[in-house]
Design a protein around this ligand. Structure first.
Ligand code: IPM
Ligand code: MN
Length: 354
């Protein structure tokens, strides 16, 4: 039995996690698997309950688990807190402490959302790409400082830190279309020049993978004007953060973007979106990113590829049938709430068997 620490967090977190649980229940029935879920306080909720965003109780729960399924953290009411008490610091600590250096964000274009995306449909047909974002280094974790009217953050990477992420990107690209885009800012940043060197070194082991180096500014432009050229993208932490939000627009909404953070013994699955406090408690949030994050958990931690695909396929079919939460609805959609979306997808997981 796979043990999962469930950390719903703040804002829409609890609702989308509840939605993922509805789908999971069906997956368990249909595929005869069982997950043991235990909930913990994390983020703003952790701070309110225990005075810290990553309470000891929750740390213990995580340590006793094989995976973490997280909702979202953050909210304006905690913005004024010192950095170590902010909800986001719990998330960063969780990623770092578990050694989750490899964050994978799959971005997929769904034809049925054509009206919702800002691009012309023909530019997006077939887009189904993976962003590999380095998650435990770079400016997020480098030395920081603040003096009155001066502040700094440092981007620092070791060869090993870059190499382990780069290797995962190559291994995946080699199994897919054998196209790999490495994104950096090597014309300006020393850390990017190291990055590029590592990529070129690892590339020698993968002669059949076509490697393209892009500067991050150009990559942002290319993702907008020609996203079909991409399949696997590898990049450092902050570039990956920014580019994955940009790429999420291809999926029609940030509410569609799941993520898996791998590299540790305990891996983390979470939507790439925030806690959307303005939507919280209204049954309006899009649960798809959370549901697809559950699919990634089934794939990478439970090693139940069939179950993972069933969830992904069910989601695609429900979208294809015109069901949509408000964020992805267009004039012909049948607008549904968070709960109904989850129930529809769960039902479909069943039907996929026949
Ligand atoms: C993400 C989020 C986080 C990040 C925040 C909440 C710290 O934006 O997962 O993309 O910047 O990594
Ligand atoms: Mn982000």
């Amino acid at each position: 039995m796979v043990k999962v620490a469930v950390l719903p967090g703040d804002g829409v977190g609890p609702e989308i996690i509840q939605a993922a649980k509805v789908v999971l229940k069906k997956v368990e029935q249909v595929f005869g698997i069982e997950l043991q879920l235990k909930e913990g306080a994390f983020g703003g909720v952790g701070y309110e309950t225990y005075g810290v965003p990553f309470p000891e109780e929750t740390k213990k729960l995580v340590e006793e688990s094989q995976a973490v399924l997280l909702g979202a953290v953050g909210g304006t009411q905690w913005d004024a807190l010192p950095r170590h008490l902010r909800p986001e610091s719990a998330l960063l600590a969780l990623r770092k402490e578990l050694g989750l250096y490899c964050n994978i964000r799959p971005v997929k274009y769904y034809e049925v959302l054509a009206e919702k995306v800002a691009w012309k449909s023909e530019l997006l047909t077939g887009v189904d790409l993976l962003i590999f974002r380095e998650l435990t280094g770079g400016a997020y974790f480098g030395t920081k400082g603040r003096k009155e009217k001066e502040a700094f953050d440092t981007i620092q990477y070791s060869w090993e830190e870059v190499e382990r992420l780069v290797r995962r990107g190559f291994a995946t690209a080699n199994k897919r279309k054998r196209i790999l885009h490495s994104i950096d800012k090597a014309n300006v940043l020393e850390s990017s020049r190291l990055w590029r060197e590592v990529v070129n070194q690892v590339a020698l082991e993968y002669p059949y993978v076509k490697v393209e180096h892009l500067y991050v500014d150009n990559a942002a432009l290319q993702l907008v004007v020609n996203p079909q050229q991409f399949d696997v993208i590898i990049t450092e932490n902050m570039f990956g953060d920014i580019l994955s939000d940009l790429a999420a627009a291809i999926g029609g909404s940030l509410g569609m973007l799941p993520s898996a953070s791998l590299g540790g013994e305990i891996n983390l699955y979470e939507p790439a979106h925030g806690s959307a406090p303005d939507l919280a408690g209204q049954n309006k949030a899009n649960p798809i990113a959370a549901i697809l994050s559950l699919a990634l958990l089934l794939r990478f931690t439970c090693r139940k590829e069939e179950a993972a695909q069933a969830v992904e396929k069910a989601t695609e079919e429900i979208l294809g049938a015109g069901c949509a939460t408000e964020d992805i609805a267009s004039k012909n959609s049948r607008v549904v709430g968070t709960r109904e979306m989850a129930e529809l997808i769960a039902q479909r997981v069943d039907r996929n068997l026949f």
